[in-house]
Ligand binder design. Structure first.
Ligand code: SME
Length: 160
């Protein structure tokens, strides 16, 4: 395994994802421990894409429970249908929030977080895990993030 990710500077967001995602796939190949893999994915995304906060929530006994993450401390449990993460879980779909203050019921783990994208990963056709990515700027996430992070979730699903 490479010790460091190769992060190209001065490239577009799409090019960064195109470079990063195969490196993430290589990083998790050959490792069977889910926690270890999610921890490395969170770090690769946080530092590769310079996000404010990146983390996973795992479905455990009808709640989302905080898993591996990178960034400031975060709330540990989220109920189904609550906040952006709980809504993504309930709907089984990606949610992009341009301004967290305008999302009804948004759960503010950090006042510095301004926009976010939340994506589900499925196991046996049910949501098993949620990826939450936060930015400290408004309107950070768009269809490019959706496209590549959804590709990443299909890789994560192979680990579940
Ligand atoms: N904002 C999320 C909660 C998780 S933290 O942002 C890390 C939500 O509304 O579900």
């Amino acid at each position: 395994m490479a010790e460091e990710l190769i992060i190209e500077e001065h490239t577009s967001k799409a090019e960064k994802y195109q470079s990063l995602i195969p490196q993430i796939e290589a990083l998790v190949t050959g490792e069977s421990d889910l926690t270890a893999n999610l921890a490395n994915i969170a770090s690769a995304l946080k530092y590769g894409m310079e996000f404010f906060w990146v983390g996973f929530y795992q479905v455990k006994e009808e709640q989302l429970v905080l898993g591996p993450f990178q960034g400031p401390i975060a709330c540990t449990r989220i109920m189904k249908g609550k906040g952006v993460c709980g809504t993504s879980w309930a709907k089984g779909e990606t949610i992009i929030v341009d301004n967290v203050d305008e999302f009804p019921g948004h759960i503010a783990c950090s006042s510095a977080s301004k926009s976010e994208i939340v994506l589900p990963a499925f196991k046996n056709e049910e949501v098993n895990l949620i990826l939450d990515v936060d930015s400290d700027v408004l309107n950070h996430f768009d269809k490019v993030d959706r496209e590549y992070l959804e590709k990443l979730m299909r890789i994560v699903e192979k680990l579940l």
